[in-house]
Every structure is written in C-alpha cells, then in structure tokens.
Design a protein around this ligand. Structure first.
Ligand SMILES: *Cc1c(COP(=O)(O)O)cnc(C)c1O
Length: 371
C-alpha cells in the first residue's frame, strides 16, 4: 500500500499490510484457510506449495523487511532453507556465539560432509570477519547475537562477503525488522524465528526467510515444498495477529530493557551487563549507528557466580523462569543450564528477555530476587 510522497512507517506497515482487498463485506483479515488441496487449474494446487493464510503473514513480513518472505514450520527450518542456498562442500563463516540450534545445524553439517569448513569468528571482530570471508560461500551473521549481544558491523561484513562472492544471511530474530532492516544493508537473506518477537505471545513455532533476489526466493520456496517444512495455517494467522502490535510491543519492551539494563549496571550483585544500549557495551557505537533502538534482550553476569544466577531464576515472581524470548512476558534463564551452550558463555550469565509489563514491577521483582 503506497502513500503518496513518503514511505509508510513500519508501525503502520505492520498494521496495514497482508490484508485482503477492500471489497464490500469482505473480511478485514485473511481467515485461517484449512485446505490440503485446491481445485485444479491454479498455480498452487496442493497445500504443501501454498496457503492464503501463509501468504498474508508473508506479505506483511516481506513489507516490513523490504523483500519477499517465505514462512516455515520454525525458525530452525528457515535457517536450514537459508543454509541450503549453497552447494555441498561449501565454506561457511559463522559466529562464535549464536543461537544454539543454528550452531548445531552447522556442526552437524561439518560432521556429515555438507560443509568443507565452518570458520567461527567473534561477531564483534570486524577485521577477522572480513578476513574470513575470503574463499567463503556463505557468511552467517546474528546481530545482536545470542546470548552475548555481540553487534556485527553489517556494512563492513556485507562488503567483504560480496567482494568474495559469498552470500550473507542475517538471523535478525533478536532485532526484528523494526530495529534492523538487513536487506537494506545489502544482506542477501534475513532469517527469523517468528516464534519470538514477530508473533510475540509464546504460543506457536514459526520461522521465515526473506530475500529480494528472485533466484534466492525460488530456492527458499523450493526447499519448503520439497522438504515439507511447511507452517500451519493457524500459526501464520496467529503470528500475523501478533505482528499487528509488533511496533507497540518492541517500543515498550526496549524502553523497559534500557531502564533495567542501566539499573542492573549499578547493582552490586551484578558484575557485568551486556546490553547494546549501554555505553559500556563494546558494540554500542555500532549499534547506535546501524540499528534503530537496542532491542529487548539483556544479559547479566552475577557476582555470586552460578549459584547466585540459579537463585535469581528461582526467586522471581513476575518474571518467568523459562527458555525462549521475545514474548509479551518477561523471561529469564541461566544459559549454561543447557549442556550444549558454549563454555565461553560464563556460568553466571542470565539472559533476560524483557517484556511489556510496567517497568517498575519488573524492577521490583528483579531487585527482590537479587537480594
Ligand atoms: C529461537 C531462535 C531460532 C530458532 O527458532 P525456532 O522457531 O525455535 O526453530 C533461531 N535463531 C534465534 C536467534 C532464535 O532465538
């Protein structure tokens, strides 16, 4: 939907896009279409290749990212689709710290010979990232990264990767398209776990990959239908409903996160706060230059170590002790409780996913739990 003279704000696009045509007595929203098959003669034909409820969600996400979105059964399926864009034997550049599942996919790919090599580089080390792009086929970026909140210099990485003819895939799950539009920065593919902020209510699993180049979009679509990595029409419908309030949720959550990060930074029980919005964060200037806001994920390290981190997670009443992130509710967990988490992540690190509750209630609960 074009506005004369000026592009619509993302907050407006989140509300107006992915709607059926405005026809008298037509519904405002695309209904959940439950169909395994369609009458012959059309381009879709069968439910593994298309569904109107997928398309509505994809249209909205594509409009927010500035590309063509393809929805998948999960963020993990979307990641697999993006990684399948390079042939067997490819060399991949990947972060030292990133979502554990993505790391597991890459490790499995090395083990079974899908990749010749996976070069692990710290996201924040731009020079090392640029050097590693030489001879690579695909560069995987996650920014801000899980759970260390590293910030990538996307402009420099895209330039180095493209000079080496490597594809750049950005997992922008933590950022959302409101904070980072990676395709605008030259990334080839953006991957989302729509399970998190995009749907926003901790009630479904869904993923998406977004690209501009039509050959890439075709490959992403082919992966979905050939591998059957299809989402449920109910889940894309629910995710689109969640997406309508994305701007409100993200604005509120990152506002809360900024306040909490600053207070945690001053708290004697906390030895380190990682939040790109803090001037003490090594990626702060980059984040300020390349992102629109700093997101709603904050990681803290506790002075009392692992035991203190476990006590914090057990003592909260408003916050929820759980994995996952990006919902309306504030959640936290000690990342090293997962045996697969990198040993470079400190034992005492607790990742906070800040929600949309009243910030003073969130602070009071954290403060009593830290005491
Ligand atoms: C959760 C997550 C994924 C995986 O998404 P699923 O929907 O759980 O499969 C990928 N990347 C990041 C950054 C995530 O947080």
């Amino acid at each position: 939907m074009d506005h004369p003279g000026r592009a619509l704000d993302p907050a407006t696009i989140a509300v107006t896009s992915g709607r059926p045509p405005r026809t008298p007595d037509g519904p405002l929203n695309t209904p959940i279409v439950r169909a395994s098959t369609y009458h012959a003669g059309g381009p879709v034909g069968y439910g593994r290749t298309g569904n109107p409820s997928w398309s509505a969600f994809e249209e909205a996400l594509g409009a927010l990212e500035g590309g063509t979105a393809v929805a998948y059964a999960s963020g993990t399926a979307a990641a697999c689709a993006a990684l399948a864009l390079v042939p067997r034997g490819a060399t991949i550049v990947a972060p030292v710290h990133a979502y554990l599942g993505s790391q597991a996919i890459l490790n499995a790919g090395v083990a079974d010979g899908s990749y010749a090599e996976v070069r692990r580089i710290p996201t924040g080390d731009t020079h090392a990232m640029a050097r590693a792009c030489e001879g690579a086929d695909l560069v995987w970026v996650e920014t801000p990264a899980n759970p260390t909140l590293d910030i990538a210099d996307l402009d420099a990485i895209v330039a180095a990767a493209h000079a080496a003819h490597a594809l750049v895939v950005v997992d922008a799950t933590f950022a959302t398209p409101l904070v980072l539009r990676a395709l605008d920065k030259g990334a080839d593919v953006v991957v989302h776990s729509a399970t998190k902020f995009l749907s926003g209510h901790a009630d479904l699993l869904l993923g998406a990959a977004v690209a501009i180049e039509s050959t890439l979009v075709d490959s992403l679509l082919t992966f979905r239908s050939l591998r059957g990595a299809v989402p449920s029409p109910s889940d894309t419908w629910l995710a689109l409903r969640g997406l309508r309030t994305l701007a409100l949720r993200v604005e509120r959550a990152q506002h809360n996160a900024g306040i909490l990060a600053a207070r945690l930074h001053q708290h004697p029980a906390v030895s380190r706060v990682r939040y790109p919005g803090l001037a003490s964060h090594p990626g702060h200037d980059l984040a300020a230059a390349q992102l629109r806001g700093f997101g709603a994920i904050v990681s803290v390290e506790l002075a009392g170590g692992r035991a203190a981190a476990d006590r914090l997670c057990a003592a909260v009443r408003v916050w929820v002790h759980t994995t996952s992130l990006g919902g309306v509710e504030s959640t936290l967990e000690r990342r090293r409780r997962w045996p697969d988490e990198s040993v470079e992540v400190p034992e005492s690190l607790v990742r906070l996913s800040v929600g949309i509750e009243a910030v003073e209630d969130l602070w009071d609960d954290l403060a009593q739990a830290l005491d």
